[in-house]
Design a protein around this ligand. Structure first.
Ligand code: PRP
Ligand code: MN
Ligand code: MG
Length: 187
């Protein structure tokens, strides 16, 4: 962290801690998917950094695909219906699918994804999320199979997570100084 990084309120999860956790998740997934046809599905854009690190810690001949989902906006009172902006390139029928997310917040994005992808009859459908902000959950009983860190209700950026498309490139997870975002904004 350099002196000009004045937008950092505090570092919540340093890079080394993330890397350690990503290694552990990779080992666990490697064990669980022995002999399976694993397709790792990243949800753009937030998941791309985590996914790149995660799959390099999964020692299996897996394949990857990506999906992009429209945000339902800041309005958490919405129905949770999210639109697919970019669908998977390949069918997933009979494939063991692992969805990778950077963060599960209200859970509306993930709920919708699970509904959509389960209709395509994958052999299995699981979720790996680096961050779980449980306090904000609006979807009850949402099962996340692999979780990196449970975090408090703080607005965090870095390691793929953005505010207004910025800060995704920082290799650690941090809290932005309030003067760098509108306080009424929620992810
Ligand atoms: C973020 C994050 C998750 C979703 C979680 O994506 O990457 O996909 O929100 O929020 P939820 O649990 O409340 O649905 P965002 O829509 O900000 O798009 P991005 O990944 O391109 O930043
Ligand atoms: Mn996202
Ligand atoms: Mg975002």
């Amino acid at each position: 962290m350099s002196e000009q990084d004045s937008f950092i309120e505090k570092v919540l999860i340093p890079h080394e801690e993330i890397q350690q956790k990503v290694r552990e998740l990779g080992e666990q997934i490697t064990r669980d998917y022995q002999g399976k046809d694993l397709r790792v599905v990243g949800i753009l854009r937030g998941a791309f950094i985590f996914m790149a690190d995660l799959i390099r810690n999964i020692k299996l001949p897996l394949s990857v695909d990506f999906m992009s989902i429209s945000s339902y906006g800041g309005n958490v009172e919405s129905s949770g219906v999210v639109r697919i902006l970019k669908d998977l390139d390949k069918p997933i029928t009979g494939v063991d699918v692992l969805i990778v997310e950077d963060i599960v917040d209200t859970g509306l994005t993930l709920k919708h994804l699970l509904e959509v992808l389960s209709t395509r009859n994958p052999a299995s459908l699981r979720v790996c999320a680096l961050l779980d902000k449980k306090e904000r959950r609006l979807v009850p009983d949402l099962k996340i199979d692999y979780v990196g860190f449970e975090i408090p209700n703080l607005f965090v950026v870095g390691y793929g997570l953005d505010f207004a498309e910025k800060y995704r490139n920082y290799p650690f997870i941090f809290v932005l100084r309030p003067e760098y975002y509108q306080p009424e904004f929620t992810r």
